[in-house]
Write a protein that binds this ligand. Structure first.
Ligand code: URA
Length: 199
């Protein structure tokens, strides 16, 4: 983890960070993944979404949120008049865990310095955590997503950078629990209002 942290910190642009991640051999998930899933969208956008880990479609395309969850994310974004060209999207874990199993705590810790560095290099005005894994990892809290969602938090990066962060429900959860979509819409509306207030 210490090596990953130094390695990530030595990247001074997103392109350098992507290259370092592509060459990083410290995470076993890389061996079974087809592609590095780095990010999608516009790093200048002002809002950055962080999910958990790529699934099958993301692994094949090398882009985050392009499968069923991604299609739902696109529809929710459209409802607040955003699309993926106007946001930036990444995951805590950049390689697909085999069979879409949950990443282990060790895998998450190994990958954490890379997403933290990515957040720092993008410097969004607002961060949105898609689901409990992203929220718990990056906000350092054991609280469950159903308690966290809908309330602004502050993400504090290793360098001391502070960014308003909104935890919300993961699109894959919403596909299984459509009754909770209205909660996610509320959270996205909060994000939209915050972006407007900050622009
Ligand atoms: N779920 C995630 O958390 N991330 C993706 O990129 C796709 C599905």
């Amino acid at each position: 983890v210490a090596f990953a942290r130094e390695f990530a910190a030595s990247a001074s642009t997103l392109e350098e960070l992507r290259e370092r991640m592509a060459g990083f051999e410290g995470c076993n998930l890389k061996a079974t993944a087809k592609n590095l899933v780095f990010a999608d969208g516009d790093p200048q956008a002002g809002v950055m979404f962080v999910g958990e880990a790529p699934g099958r479609d993301e692994d094949l395309e090398g882009k985050p949120f392009v499968g069923r969850s991604g299609q739902l994310l696109d529809r929710i974004l459209a409802a607040i008049e955003l699309d993926r060209s106007k946001v930036y999207i990444a995951n805590v874990i950049p390689w697909r865990p085999p069979g879409n199993r949950a990443p282990t705590p060790q895998e998450t810790e190994i990958c954490r310095p890379f997403i933290e560095r990515q957040i720092e290099l993008v410097g969004p005005k607002v961060l949105v955590h898609l689901g409990g894994a992203s929220a718990k990892t990056l906000l350092n809290t054991p609280e469950g997503i159903l308690r966290l969602r809908g309330n602004w938090r502050v993400y504090t990066g290793p360098s001391g950078i502070e960014i308003p962060a909104m935890p919300t429900l993961h699109p894959a959860y919403l596909l299984r629990t459509p009754a909770h979509k209205r909660l996610a819409w509320r959270d996205f509306l909060e994000v939209k209002m915050k972006l407007r207030a900050l622009s």
